[in-house]
Design a protein. Sequence first.
Length: 186
Amino acid sequence: MPAPYKVAVLVGSLRKKSFNRMLANALSELARPELSLDIVEIGALPFYNDDLEADAPAPWLAVRERLAAADAVLFVTPEYNRSVPAVLKNAVDVLSRPFGSSVLRGKPAAVVSASPGAMGGFGASHHLRQSLVCLGVNVMASPEAYVGNVTALFDDNGALNHAATTEFLKRFVGAFHAWIARLSKS
């Protein structure tokens, strides 16, 4: 069996009991053995400021190095005010710079959004996709994944316990694997 593709996972929620982190962990379990998902922490990244590029902060360099080494990127985001959380937008800004040296450009990617509401973070997903397309990231178009009513999908230990959602996410990670494989051959 070939080695799994390395997927860097960026989670847009910083809460300890974040449903989006639980979702990222569930996706990691469902993706094995074809994909190796690794959460890259973004909460301590200093806000992007071009003035700092001459002596870039160590956290910027570390996260850029991890993303450069990844075969693909998975974005898992909640929705804040119909958009992407500031921490995730900042990470995208840091990773897309310095100009002409983006570690995101050309990477296969997918977006999953989740929220307690019925729309599952639709607005955040589309805002994020708009930014990623502008940056030359190869975002998987279909299937889209908006996980609504997320508070009812996990047990007290953070494990996914909803059969229909589990089956949907299995299809999603299968499609993501095929997307990465297709782009890796071209």
